[in-house]
Design a protein. Sequence first.
Length: 544
Amino acid sequence: MYLEKQSTYAELCRNFRWNIPADYNIADYACDTWANAEPDREALLELTADHRLRPTTYGSLQDRSKRLASALRTNGLTRGDRVALLLPQCPEVVVTHLAAYRMGAIAIPLALLFGPDALEYRLAFSGTRAIVTNSDGLAKLQAIRHKLPDLDIILCIDGGSGDAHDFDGVIHDASPDFSTERTGPDTPALMVFTSGTTGPPKGALHGHRVLAGHMPGFQVLHEFAPQAGDRLWTPADWAWAGGLLNILLPGLKLGIPVVCDSTRKFNPEAAFELIERAKIRNCFIPPTALKIMKSVDRPQDRFDIGLRTVFSGGEALGKETFEWSREALGITVNEGYGQTECNLIVTSCSALGTARAGAMGRPTPGSHVAVIREDGSVCESGENGQIAVKRPHPVMFLEYWNRPEATASKFIGDWMATGDQGVCDADGYLHFFGRDDDVITSAGFRIGPGEIEDCLIGHPAVRLAAAVGKPDPVRTEIVKCYLVLEEGFLPDDHLRGEIAQFVRTRLSAHEYPREIEFVSEMPLTTSGKVIRRLFRDQAKAETV
């Protein structure tokens, strides 16, 4: 499914139609179409320890994924079984995903940052039968192995150990003759656990159509990709929907090489170096990472930045970072919005003139998105409500795994409620206000934390910020902010007062932080979102 370039957003939406075949398997569209036509075409470019880019072709991905599917089938795995991945960005991630899809199995990407408890919950809850990991992941699994009775097969890309088998050895010995299962758009293919910003993570189950559903949003955000010379990269973990579905799988489908870097900790200098060295043209960079990149002085003078498109999403980007990107990177960031359950439903595109500072964008072609009231009626422009998307939609999840009540409660009639507060302006642009649980109620005002945080990082001393409501007997809640400072600033009362006044004069008297606490680091989900829930709990505990 390709979007033809149009001159206006209205024309693009008017001419768009969904066209998803009755037989649809992600392995066919993300690999085999290219592998059968151009087996030597580069699919991945892996950054090696000596800073070379090692290519992986579509032909190699096809061969290895068929062999892995054969090996898993020989060892008893079948249609509907769950296959987990606990890996950094590397070709083995793609091989495992494709093998699972070929079998009609369900792939479950997991972040290497997870500790044993988080892994145990996800693996046990999903009834995972096989997992592919590396030596770091294997060490974590050993501590919980006895609590996972469904887990039959462990493959390690760093070699066999104990009851874990060598990934490469298993593939080498397996047959390349594997016929991909016949699947349809609604056949379960992928389970992505929610990031857990507001509660325990849930397993959002997606059908094979999830790839087709992402394509219009991906192509709008990357200004009608593919274009000559396009090359993709994201610092986001491929275990997160942002890394997997915003970059990796759409890039593979369109034949755009994807750069993979297994570096764990995000480093802004290294990010610019990689963009230059790998000749990256298209990025998905979450807002938190972009805010960290602001610490790099004069990037255009120091690095050869040949970017064509940058897309950001996962949280509100904010006006400060939007304007910085234009000045420091020489590019307008296209902002997108969605959730694990229904991703890339709102997009912007500077080529169409729909990228606007402080706005998430407009509904993606093929998406019916609105701000609604509690009864499901649509809000007037300028009226606060909950952002929602109407079903059916190819990118929408099938259900929460083994959580029928949670699945039912996600909908108000045919509207899938996101749990995010927002507003739609008179021009049809959507603005993010905050998660339902994040909204601060103070002296009768409803305050979204995003605007405060955006203002805070405009202060030269502030690197990262989180705003939450702290219970207060007079105002219901007061605004309390947790800040990570830039190097060279002293965390003292004078700076607290200066920052509070900075917000008060730029926003309003009811939005400024009445309490400020300096912290050494910001707790983030694997998708790079601030876990405000931890700060809310901490602030609440202070009042007890």
